[in-house]
Design a protein around this ligand. Structure first.
Ligand code: ACO
Length: 325
């Protein structure tokens, strides 16, 4: 029997009230709303208070996804959580989510670390599990407290990121029942020769610290536009379709200019792009599921719509998932 992985539902969660660019200026950061908006399209972000952990955001997003799917936690048989900011170095944040949600003990639950591409990696991995018959119904989560990695003295990076989580329930359906719905293809890439362009300046094995995020912004920008253009083209060619077949581009929200560049390459009008960067900033692995959640909740993304998810992040890692909702 051929299996299709269907996105049954989407959930999302961000902590507290938005912190605007003006709020950052008030907090003493040497920046301006004008500079941040003009270069990145970011207007605000959410910053988790110290007592809110990545798992808390993941749990909140997953609960909404379960509610929207109308299923209970004990019907999940796989949890894959993408994060760069786990609660602890070990165990995986996914197991805390498993226990807190009341999922069955014994189901597999693990984290994936591919930075901003994490959700695309997690979704592709869950799709492979379902197609291999290793699971039937998965929670796939992207969750981050990325602001914990920020050096607030470094204005070139601290204004860019935010915290949040998004989740989907992914379910295995026989192809005859799925029709055209489900994950159609996934394309994952990495190139470790670029480690130093976007990284933390610490790590457990290196100096027993998490470190702060450091970035060569111009080089990351240059690679992002090229690699994203390549991967969207690869996806279209793989399915022998043109970009006008797409209903929505659901990109990783790193920078509005990078997103506009990808849309332009595709010849897609910005009306067909889900943009959340203005209110969330860059939430790394959480940004695609949060954008998907926004698209579904606002009634723009509907069942049957063809969506192209794409991301690029530290590593470099990059990839895409083509899915019919
Ligand atoms: N507020 C005001 N001025 C600032 C700020 C700030 N927050 N940050 C930097 N500046 C100043 C710099 O000091 C510099 O001043 P100078 O010319 O007097 O030296 C000036 O602005 C220009 O700085 P640049 O770093 O050259 O700015 P650039 O035009 O490259 O824009 C940016 C920076 C927005 C980070 C851009 O490089 C970018 O978007 N890169 C992509 C990075 C990205 O999206 N990363 C996200 C993670 S990876 C991913 O998710 C794909």
């Amino acid at each position: 029997m051929t299996i299709r992985s269907i996105i049954r539902s989407v959930g999302g969660s961000v902590p507290g009230k938005p912190v605007t660019n003006h709020d950052l200026v008030t907090r003493g950061i040497d920046t301006s709303d004008e500079w941040i908006r003009e270069r990145t399209g970011i207007g605000a972000r959410h910053i988790a208070p110290p007592e809110v952990l990545t798992s808390d955001l993941a749990i909140a997003a997953a609960q909404i996804a379960l509610l929207r799917a109308g299923i209970s936690a004990d019907e999940i048989d796989l949890i894959i959580l993408a994060t760069t900011t786990p609660d602890l170095t070990f165990p995986a944040t996914a197991v805390r989510v498993q226990a807190a949600l009341g999922c069955l003990p014994g189901i597999p639950a693990f984290d994936i670390q591919a930075v901003c591409s994490g959700f695309v990696y997690a979704l592709a991995t869950a799709d492979a599990y379902l197609k291999a018959g290793l699971a039937h119904r998965a929670l796939v989560i992207g969750a981050e407290t990325l602001t914990r990695l920020l050096n607030w003295e470094d204005r070139s990076t601290c204004v860019l990121f935010g915290d949040g989580a998004g989740a989907v329930v992914l379910e295995a359906w026989p192809e005859e029942a799925a029709g055209k719905r489900g994950i159609i293809s996934a394309h994952l890439h990495a190139d470790g020769t670029h480690i130093d362009r976007l990284k933390t300046d610490g790590g457990v094995s290196t100096n027993q610290k998490a470190g702060f995020l450091t970035m060569d912004g111009k080089e990351v920008y240059r690679h992002a536009v090229n690699k994203l253009a390549e991967v969207v083209e690869e996806t279209l060619q793989n399915q022998n379709i043109k970009s006008d077949a797409l209903d929505w581009l659901v990109p990783h929200q790193a920078n509005a200019r990078i997103i506009e560049h990808t849309a332009k390459k595709l010849g897609m009008p910005m009306e067909k792009v889900i943009l959340t960067i203005e209110k969330h900033g860059n939430t790394s692995a959480a940004s695609i599921p949060l954008a998907l959640y926004e698209g579904v909740e606002t009634g723009r993304i509907k069942s049957g719509h063809l969506c192209l998810l794409e991301a690029m992040g530290g590593g470099f890692t990059w990839g895409s998932v083509l899915v019919r909702m």
